[in-house]
Every structure is written in structure tokens, then in C-alpha cells.
Design a protein around this ligand. Structure first.
Ligand SMILES: Nc1ncnc2c1ncn2[C@@H]1O[C@H](COP(=O)(O)OP(=O)(O)OP(=O)(O)O)[C@@H](O)[C@H]1O
Ligand SMILES: [Mg+2]
Length: 664
């Protein structure tokens, strides 16, 4: 049952709506219910509705949640995706307006970083290149063209970055490629400047719903505005206290901007938290009260009180990991027969490197776990290589893909020859593959690399004839065989286990293509979609304890949550402290605390090893900001420890009773 405010938010469909509310108050629930309401009560065709989530993982989850409320056909017709995936869909349909050819490539972050490096002056330091990348990204996220970026540039560094931005866009255009930022920027350009396109898309997407609105950046906000148009049929839900991506260009100011751009905006606040036990919510509320607030929000819960929040003081991070593994294992052991699953547990940390000791301890304790955000399947070299072959086959002008695979397996084509090939290709305005096909071009190179390039080009032509009639999965097999890639793995991977894993990855890639090609997807489109999935979003983790960064836990909830590394310098993070971004770190802690439904454990290590030195840590200042009566410091008093264990047990029994009584 929705509460009256949620109900009002679901029913209000005639104008722009902002739902501004704290964690766990049912904002995402409003979106799913509203989709179902729009279809069932307002008779809006599902294909005219788009729900925008922050990650692909969240999109998948939302689709599942909505799927329970509406028919399968309707669920399939809906658009539920990230802003980037919506941009990709837009460009696939509107490629002509974007001056792209069908089958254009999407460069991943690595490819685009490489390209910027190549375009930067020779011999500059990596930090400088990183700085250029940041500035280019910033200009793109602000929706600026290279000319506009140049006009806005003030410092010599900004001028240099704007120059490279210009070269970079020229090269992307020559390669018939876009990068991630373009997936937002190009649709935005088209919608803002082309009235026809605007009319078509405003009709095509009649209602927009945006989750985690506080973390949209300027370009995304403008995209929303352009699609919504003057009719402004949209619902945004968000929480300014959970804005944690300012460092990546997100602009929480967009919350106020909405009221300025849409004076008719209706704002609904939700105040009941349905997720967290009272103590957990109290801790979260008290912590976040230390931040300045523009929007007044209250949050209450009529949940159970819950056990005290446990604080573990540990010797070092190994000790911390062992204790957490032991606590998780014993809770699971005790309650597994009563419906407790491994995926009820989640360990959160500030940075991915903190996962290492945890992994070791969990493995020793035989706890199944799933790490999101670690080097994932699609980032593995062999998978990226084969995907690049497929990109090149479906888009012969994809020079980034050409450069990735032309020497894998080794074909003895040296850097000098490739550079020369690149120069000639550029003057002829041809792709690298086209240049490698031309006898006159090859004559200007040394004979050995020239003949290798010629046979590479012939191989690509042969493979392309397969691409025409083979399914995507079969094409993967053909590519592995004909390019000698399988033999290449065998020859370059002496370790038999690793060799088997790498070959296994290729088999898995075929399975992915098989699954994704089932709806008749074209190979090139599938390769594009795969390139777009960011890690953390891709694997299905199954019934395993979850480990992830605080950033990627946004929107999720778990019965048992552990936040490790509650040390000054780690959380709040040292760098953020130096730059005066304490408020954002506090919001991150707020996000972490409010992921917990029943029990929360905070831990810190007294000593840690950093840069090869042993340092002593102070406990996080955030611990001091929590209601001390709701905290229990483990190990100080054995009697009190036993009491907390009892209370924890009681909570789980209450929980189990509630579940048996039909709640969730
Ligand atoms: N009216 C309701 N009655 C009972 N449970 C509810 C209600 N609304 C939401 N919930 C439950 O409360 C929990 C939190 O809801 P939801 O995830 O939608 O909150 P949220 O505001 O999106 O949180 P976050 O800010 O963390 O994204 C979910 O388990 C949801 O099913
Ligand atoms: Mg949510």
C-alpha cells in the first residue's frame, strides 16, 4: 500500500513533478508504481514511457520490479535505461542527423583515453594528459562544442585542452565513432537545434521518469528538458542528501534549476522511511544534520527499533576482514534455515583496493561473495580483442578497433609502419583498413609490414563475408579460428589454468552474443551495447555476499550492512578533506548507513599500511557524529557484547515473524 504522499505522486500526471525525499522513503517505488499507473489508468502506450536510472544494474532491477506490475509485452516495450543508453538508442535511430554512418562505434573509456594521449604533444607527463582528459570531459559534459570550449578557455591549459578537444572530435568523426560523453552531447545538440527531431522525440517519449535525479549533470538535465518540452510530462525523484557524484560533474543545483525552468513544478515530499530499523535511521538523520540544508526534510520510521549499531575496533585491515567474515558466517549459519541468504549481506568500502583483505578472509571462511566493480569480464584483454574484431568487421572505419587488433596475434607490423599508414590515411581521408587495402599506399611502406598489412586486410574481407550470413555467436567462433586467436592464446599463456580461463572467457562471450542475439539484434549493435555496459553492471552475482564501493551502493538495500575502513583519511577520504569536500563524504556515509534494513556494523583499523609505511589511524570523525546511545563498541565489555548478540537475534526473529505474516 502506498502512503498518501506516494499516492499523490503516482496520480499526478499532468505537469512536471519532483519528489524530493530522504533515503528509503519509497521514491523508486513511486517510479515503478507510476509506470504501471500510466499504462493501466492513463492508457499511455508503454513504448512512449522512458524511465531513466543511474546504472545499468538499477535499470535491470527496475525492469524486474515493473515486470511484476504489468504484462510481459508491456514490460518489453518500455524504455528503462541510463541516460547513456537512451542516448545510444537515440543515435542509432538518428545517426544521419548526427552525421554518423550506421554501425558507428562507441569508444570505451580506455580507447578514448588512448586517443587523447596520441593527440597530446609528445613527451608530456601523464598527469598533464590526465588533466587534458578531465578538461575535455568537463567541456563535453557541459554540452560545449570545441569552438565554445575554446571561446570559454581562459588559462593556457584550457586553451590547449580545447585545441585537443577539437582534434579529438575530428578524429572521432573520421573514425565514425563516438565516446560515452557524446552519447548525451550529440542527442542534446540535435534536440536543441533541430525542431523536427524535437517534435518527433517529444511525441515518441511522452512521459519521462528519472530516478536519482540529484546526480544528473548539466548535459543530462538539458537532455531531459529538451525531450520533456513545454508539455513537461515528467517525474523526477531524488534526494539532495545523496548527491555523491559532484566530482564527476553531477550538479545537485539541478534540483533548484527545475523549479526555475518549470514554474508550474509540483513538489511532493515523502517522510516515512520503510527500509531501516529505527536506530539506523536515527544514526543517518543525526549524521546528515551536520550538513547545511536548503531543503527541509524529515524522515521517520515505524519499523522495529533494531539492535545497536556495532562498532569494531580492529588492529589492522586483515584483522578487520577476519572479524567481518566471522560475523557474517555465523549470522548466516544461524539463520540460513529461516530464510537468510548470502545476498542479504553487503560490505561497503570507500575504495576498491579495500576489498583485497576482505576477499582473502571471506575465501578462508568459505563465504561466497561477489565483487562488483573489479576487473570484469568485458574488460579482459581477450574479450576486448574479439569485440574489437567484431567492431572492425561491422564498421571498417573503426580505426581504434583496427589499432587494437592489427597486431594481435603478432603480425610483425611495427609502430613506424602504422604511424606512416595513419599519416597517409589521414591525408586521403580514408580509414586505416582502407589504406591497408590500397596497393599504392602499401608501396610506400617497407615490404615485410606491407605484405602483412595486405594479408590482414584480405583476412578482414574474408571475415566480413562471414559476417553477412553468420549469427553473432558463430561469428565470434569464426573470428577466433580464422585470425589464429585461439592458437595465439595457447602460445602466449604458458600457465595451463590461465589458458583454460582465457579460452573459457571466449566461450562465455559466445554465450553472451547468443543470448543477446535472440531478439534478432545485429552484431554491430550488440557489440556497441556491450561496449556501453560499465563494469559492476554486467554479471549476475547469484546468491553471494555483495561487496562494493559506497558509490555504487546507491539505491540498493540489504538486511545486514558492514561499512569498513571508518577511519579519518579513508572515510572521509584524505583527498576530499584536502579539497574541502567533507559534506560530500558525509553524504556518502549517509548513503552507506541507509542501505541497511536490520543491522549495521561499522569497523575501522587502528593501523594500516599505506605507501609501504605503517600508519596509525584515527577513527572516522563521522563516528563521533552518530548518536552514541545507539552505538555499541565491541570488545569493551563482554556482558554488553552478549546483550547485543541477543538483541540482534531478537531482531531477526521479529523479522522472520513479519515475513511469515506476509510482509517483506
Ligand atoms: N508504501 C510502502 N509500504 C511498504 N513498503 C514500502 C512502501 N514504499 C516503499 N517501500 C519499501 O521501502 C523500501 C525502500 O523503497 P525505495 O527503494 O523505493 O526507496 P528510495 O526512496 O528509492 O530509497 P533510496 O533513496 O535509497 O534510493 C523498499 O523495500 C520498498 O519496497
Ligand atoms: Mg531509490
Amino acid at each position: 500500500m502506498l502512503n498518501p504522499q506516494q499516492h499523490a505522486a503516482v496520480e499526478y500526471c499532468d505537469g512536471p513533478l519532483l519528489v524530493l525525499a530522504g533515503a528509503g522513503s519509497g521514491k523508486t517505488r513511486v517510479i515503478t508504481e507510476k509506470i504501471s499507473h500510466l499504462i493501466a489508468r492513463r492508457h499511455l502506450a508503454p513504448e512512449k514511457i522512458a524511465a531513466i536510472t543511474f546504472t545499468n544494474k538499477a535499470a535491470k532491477e527496475m525492469r524486474e520490479r515493473v515486470g511484476k506490475l504489468i504484462s510481459d509485452d508491456a514490460a518489453r516495450a518500455l524504455t528503462v535505461c541510463t541516460f547513456h543508453a537512451l542516448g545510444l538508442k537515440f543515435l542509432q535511430i538518428e545517426h544521419e542527423r548526427a552525421a554518423l554512418r550506421r554501425g558507428f562505434s562507441v569508444l570505451d573509456a580506455d580507447d578514448s583515453a588512448n586517443m587523447i594521449k596520441e593527440l597530446s604533444p609528445k613527451g608530456v607527463k601523464p598527469e598533464v594528459i590526465q588533466g587534458i582528459r578531465n578538461l575535455v570531459g568537463k567541456a563535453k559534459n557541459a554540452g560545449l562544442t570545441p569552438e565554445e570550449a575554446m571561446a570559454a578557455a581562459r588559462s593556457p591549459r584550457e586553451i590547449e585542452a580545447a585545441t585537443i578537444y577539437d582534434l579529438y572530435q575530428q578524429r572521432l568523426a573520421a573514425f565514425n565513432a563516438v565516446d560515452f560523453d557524446d552519447l548525451i552531447r550529440l542527442p542534446l545538440r540535435i534536440l536543441e537545434t533541430d525542431a523536427d527531431a524535437r517534435a518527433i522525440w517529444q511525441e515518441r517519449l511522452r512521459y519521462l521518469l528519472v530516478d536519482e535525479y540529484q546526480d544528473t549533470n548539466d548535459a543530462q538535465y538539458r537532455l531531459l528538458k529538451a525531450i520533456a518540452g513545454t508539455k513537461a510530462r515528467f517525474t523526477c525523484v531524488g534526494d539532495d542528501d545523496q548527491s555523491i557524484y559532484a566530482w564527476r560533474g553531477a550538479n545537485p543545483e539541478n534540483i533548484d534549476q527545475l523549479g526555475r525552468d518549470f514554474p508550474q513544478l509540483k513538489v511532493i515530499k515523502l517522510e516515512q522511511n520503510y527500509r531501516c530499523a529505527k536506530r539506523i535511521l536515527r544514526a543517518a538523520n543525526q549524521l546528515i544534520a551536520n550538513n547545511p540544508h536548503v531543503h527541509d526534510k524529515r524522515l521517520w520510521s515505524d519499523h522495529i527499533e533494531g539492535p545497536p549499531i556495532r562498532v569494531l575496533e580492529c588492529k589492522d585491515s586483515d584483522h578487520e576482514a577476519e572479524r567481518i567474515a566471522a560475523i557474517a558466517a555465523s549470522l548466516h549459519e544461524k539463520y540460513k534455515d529461516k530464510g537468510c541468504r548470502w545476498d542479504d549481506f553487503c560490505i561497503l568500502y570507500r575504495g576498491n583496493f579495500q576489498a583485497r583483505p576482505l576477499e582473502k578472509a571471506l575465501r578462508l571462511a568459505r563465504v561466497p561473495y561477489h565483487l562488483s566493480g573489479a576487473l570484469s569480464f568485458l574488460d579482459r584483454a581477450e574479450v576486448k580483442d574479439i569485440l574489437s574484431y567484431l567492431r572492425l568487421l561491422t564498421n571498417p572505419t573503426d580505426d581504434a578497433a583496427f589499432l587494437r587488433v592489427v597486431n594481435v596475434p603478432k603480425r610483425e607490423i611495427g609502430a613506424t609502419s602504422l604511424e606512416k599508414l595513419g599519416q597517409i590515411a589521414q591525408t586521403r581521408n580514408a580509414s586505416l583498413l582502407d589504406a591497408a587495402r590500397s596497393d599504392t599506399v602499401l608501396k610506400s611502406l617497407s615490404p615485410r609490414p606491407a605484405s602483412s598489412l595486405a594479408s590482414f586486410a584480405r583476412l578482414m574481407d574474408e571475415l566480413r563475408s562471414h559476417a553477412v550470413h553468420e549469427s553473432a555467436a558463430d561469428l565470434v567462433a569464426t573470428v577466433v579460428e580464422k585470425t589464429g586467436y585461439g592458437a595465439h592464446i595457447a602460445a602466449t599463456t604458458p600457465d595451463p589454468d590461465l589458458r583454460e580461463r582465457r579460452l573459457g572467457n571466449l566461450r562465455e562471450l559466445m554465450d553472451w552474443f547468443r543470448a543477446m542475439g535472440r531478439d534478432g539484434g545485429r552484431t554491430g549493435d550488440i557489440a556497441q551495447q556491450l561496449a556501453l555496459l560499465s563494469h559492476a553492471d554486467r554479471d549476475d552475482p547469484g546468491n553471494a555476499l555483495r561487496m562494493m564501493t559506497l558509490h555504487s551502493a546507491k539505491g540498493l538495500e540489504f538486511r545486514f550492512v558492514f561499512i569498513v575502513g571508518c577511519e579519518d583519511g579513508t572515510l572521509p577520504h584524505e583527498g576530499a578533506l584536502d579539497e574541502g569536500r567533507l559534506d560530500e563524504e558525509r553524504r556518502l556515509m549517509y548513503v552507506g548507513i541507509t542501505r541497511a534494513k536490520e543491522a549495521l556494523t561499522l569497523s575501522f583499523a587502528a593501523k594500516s599500511r599505506r605507501y609501504g609505511e605503517i600508519l596509525s589511524n584515527d577513527p572516522s570523525r563521522f563516528l563521533d557524529e552518530l548518536p552514541q546511545d545507539d552505538l555499541h563498541w565491541d570488545g569493551k565489555d563482554p556482558e554488553a557484547d552478549a546483550e547485543v548478540k541477543k538483541e540482534t537475534a531478537q531482531t531477526h526473529m521479529e523479522r522472520i515473524r513479519a515475513m511469515l505474516a506476509g510482509g517483506r
